[in-house]
Design a protein around this ligand. Structure first.
Ligand code: C5P
Length: 412
């Protein structure tokens, strides 16, 4: 599932035109992409679509009246317009466009539009003559100069029986325009990144499990840094106590097998960063009931079996990501073990660190990284896990800028 509008809040202002009947579908499209949609239904809009329908598809309360005191106490029009990442007007009628161009504020829709400090997009819909009228075109010019984005209407048959420009753009076209406007525009734009983080829990019985001390902090910081640079970022996380990073889709798993399946599903991805401390072994069979103590107090024997190596799976995959970054958490002879692991694993870059208890790296906020590529080795100074993430993200951006340049040259 793509979720280009994940965590994005959109305020949809529904104007009073026949095209308002398409707005529930528009809300559905936006919600499908992960957006949180808040609807503001104008009085004339409510002649064409009901507040109940919009509330059902958006899952949010619908705002209708400027003088509704409850709403003003809960969330006034100013806050309503500022809470959103983007304000979308659909359909934008000739009347609403004229009001916006003049700065009128005599109902909830126009007041909210005048109060907002967020990007505004409008999807006009009106009769062809009204659309082509000098006054409307003049008003649209004013709105463009004010920085408002116009999603142009389509040509075709109209509800009034005439033909020409004036049909509101289709819901999917409007959703695309919104997604484009809100998409991060960093250097990794257009690339997909897969990141694993945290430990895995391998059940022994319904109560007990095999685990390790990974906190997930480094992987979460990396996912956020990569998303900020514009990649569509998926974080497959083992059990950790951290909130979802901003702008990142998170799939939470428990076992190595679940993590491997989620990574497989995420392909194709151009970038893979494997920070997870995946348990090397799981019990061959997890008991269905809690294992009881033996009467003679002998401990039960656990038969272990190897977990799949997720990183190695990606390296060998037919959909191998273009850049695979592995981690090597060691407690002694860090560089020797790291170099051997780098050769064995076949990833493109390796981030090695010392995680012995006295370093405080496991669960802590700092990390000292040795960064290995096929042609170089760097030892970074001790950095916060956020700074490690930013440095890695920068290197990834440079890598893709470089390879992209090379591809361009080859194409010449
Ligand atoms: O072999 P080791 O666990 O030290 O390898 C570390 C690297 O391999 C890390 O990037 C880790 O996320 C990845 N790995 C994996 N699946 C495993 C074991 C390790 O993806 N089963």
């Amino acid at each position: 599932m793509s979720a280009r509008l994940l965590n994005k809040r959109i305020l949809l202002i529904v104007g009073g035109g026949i095209a308002a009947y398409k707005t529930p579908e528009l809300v559905r499209q936006l919600v499908k992409e992960g957006a949180d949609v808040q609807c503001l239904l104008s009085k004339s809009g409510s002649e064409f679509v009901t507040a109940l329908t919009l509330a059902s598809v958006s899952g949010n309360k619908v705002y209708q009246n400027l003088f509704d005191l409850t709403d003003e106490t809960e969330m006034g029009h100013i806050q309503l317009s500022r809470n959103a990442d983007l304000v979308l007007v659909a359909p934008a009628t000739a009347d609403l466009i004229a009001k916006m161009a003049q700065g009128f504020a005599n109902d909830l829709a126009s007041t909210t539009l005048l109060a907002t400090d967020k990007p505004v997009m409008i999807a006009p819909a009106m009769n062809v003559r009204m659309w082509l009228h000098d006054a409307t075109q003049r008003n649209l010019e004013t709105l463009k100069n004010d920085g408002i984005t116009i999603i142009n209407p389509n040509e075709g048959d109209m509800a009034c029986g005439e033909t020409g420009p004036g049909r509101m753009a289709e819901p999917v076209e409007i959703m695309e325009a919104v997604a484009q406007a809100l998409m991060p525009k960093g250097p990794l734009k257009g690339l997909k990144a897969l990141i694993t983080a945290g430990p895995t829990h391998e059940p022994i019985d319904p109560i007990r499990y095999i685990a390790n001390r990974s906190s997930g902090k480094q992987g979460y910081a990396i996912a956020e840094a990569i998303a900020v640079l514009g990649a569509e970022t998926l974080l497959v996380s083992g059990p950790v106590n951290l909130p979802d990073p901003e702008g990142v889709r998170v799939i939470r798993v428990e076992t190595a097998l679940e993590m491997a399946a989620a990574c497989e599903e995420a392909l194709p991805s151009q970038i893979a960063i494997m920070t997870a401390a995946v348990a090397d072994w799981r019990t061959k069979e997890s008991a269905q009931e809690k294992i009881k103590k033996n009467t003679d107090n002998t401990p039960p024997s656990l038969e272990l079996t190897e977990n799949p190596d997720i990183l190695a799976g990606l390296v060998a995959h037919t959909l191998r990501p273009d850049l695979i970054v592995g981690f090597a958490a060691e407690t002694e002879q860090v560089m020797d073990h790291a170099r051997a692991k780098f050769t064995r694993k076949g990833c493109d870059w390796l981030m090695a660190n010392n995680v012995s208890p006295d370093t405080g790296v496991m669960g802590g906020d700092f990390n000292t990284i040795h960064f290995l590529t096929q042609t170089s080795e760097e030892s970074w100074e001790m950095l916060s896990k956020q700074d490690v993430a930013l440095r890695l993200a920068d290197k990834i951006a440079d890598y893709f800028l470089e390879t992209h340049k090379l591809e361009k040259q080859e194409a010449r």
